[in-house]
Design a protein. Structure first.
Length: 346
């Protein structure tokens, strides 16, 4: 296994059969070695810096009905909300004072937020905060829509491909949603000029080692600026309520592997990691991650944006606790910095 890990570090890729072997047969000792190499590579490109993004969850309405998602259209138990333009700008102002230089607007696929409405919001943020990065995480839209938002001032876009395999993708989504459509959106975003983020859930129902190998090979081909992965965590009001959550160890192993495969990529230690383990985000950083995304959303809606059960909504996840986040990162030898934190993987 160590020879495969060394080969991955040197060549920044592996053949499919070697990915499968590595992911099926690794031990805890292999994970420790991989993470040590991932830290070394991350240090070469980003030193010990951790970049923070201000997450604004601006709507939990969604027209999609994905089987794993807590805010899916069919879930009638969700308390729905939308943030106004004024509230979103207030979130940005509070975040800017706290040191955030990247704002992430994340929401369900909400028909209320038409191109006209969203471009107006993006333009307002860009005008007031010209030195900040604006990231969107709003799902699948037309190429023209993505272009309008880019022209209004958005410069990053997060869209997990979820799973590369079309059959597996179909098992996680209702009819009409396809892996090919999702992937086409990612290629459109890259062509327009966004810094693009993709990724997948670890341990989603029906996922095989072969699926994971294909996911990694797709990411290598896409060559995104950001990769977001996190363990699948079930939500009690979805068809997957009784499914088993994804593995912390496998997620950490994959984080390290992605760092070796894409050395300059921006790699978040996600909220989901912090949900399945109290020190999950710290472990993610020690596996090669270099981004964390505290929540700038108003306190009264944080508990309503629940994609999965037991999501962190208070404490270090609140923007007001950035000081605690800085201390937790300093305790493991890393510094949270006030910086846009642009990807070096351009």
């Amino acid at each position: 296994m160590k020879q495969l890990i060394d080969r991955l570090e040197q060549e920044q890729t592996l053949p499919r059969e070697d990915w499968i072997r590595l992911l099926e047969d690794f031990t805890s000792e292999d994970t420790a070695y991989l993470c040590e190499r991932a830290r070394h590579v991350r240090q070469m490109h980003y030193q010990n810096l951790i970049f923070i993004r201000g997450l604004i969850e601006f709507t939990n309405y969604c027209k999609k009905d994905c089987f794993y998602c807590g805010i899916r259209r069919s879930n009638s138990n969700v308390h729905r909300y939308r943030l106004s333009k004024a509230t979103i700008l207030d979130c940005c102002r509070r975040g800017y004072e706290l040191g955030f230089r990247t704002f992430v607007l994340q929401g369900g696929e909400d028909g209320h937020f038409t191109d006209a409405v969203l471009t107006d919001i993006v333009h307002a943020i860009r005008t007031e905060f010209p030195n900040c990065a604006i990231t969107l995480s709003i799902g699948e839209r037309s190429r023209d829509s993505y272009q309008q938002l880019f022209d209004a001032g958005a410069n990053r876009f997060l869209l997990r491909h979820e799973t590369f395999d079309s059959t597996h993708y179909a098992s996680l989504h209702p009819a009409g949603l396809t892996a090919a459509s999702r992937q086409k959106c990612l290629w459109n975003l890259k062509e327009i000029g966004y810094q693009v983020g993709s990724g997948f859930m670890v341990g989603s129902p029906g996922q095989t080692t072969e699926n994971l190998a294909d996911d990694l090979l797709f990411l290598k081909k896409l060559n995104p600026q950001m990769v977001g992965i996190g363990p699948f965590i079930p939500h009690h009001d979805t068809p997957f309520a009784k499914e088993q959550a994804g593995s912390l160890e496998l997620t950490l192993f994959l984080l390290g592997a992605i760092r070796l495969m894409l050395p300059k990529v921006l790699l978040p230690a996600t909220t989901a990691l912090g949900t399945i383990a109290p020190d999950g985000r710290e472990q993610g950083v020690l596996a090669g991650a270099n981004v964390v995304m505290p929540n700038l959303s108003p306190k009264d809606v944080r508990g309503d944006y629940l994609l999965y059960d037991n999501k962190i909504c208070t404490g270090d996840e609140a923007a007001e606790s950035v000081a605690n986040l800085k201390r937790s990162m300093q305790a493991i030898g890393y510094d949270v910095v006030v910086d846009r934190g642009d990807s070096l993987n351009m």
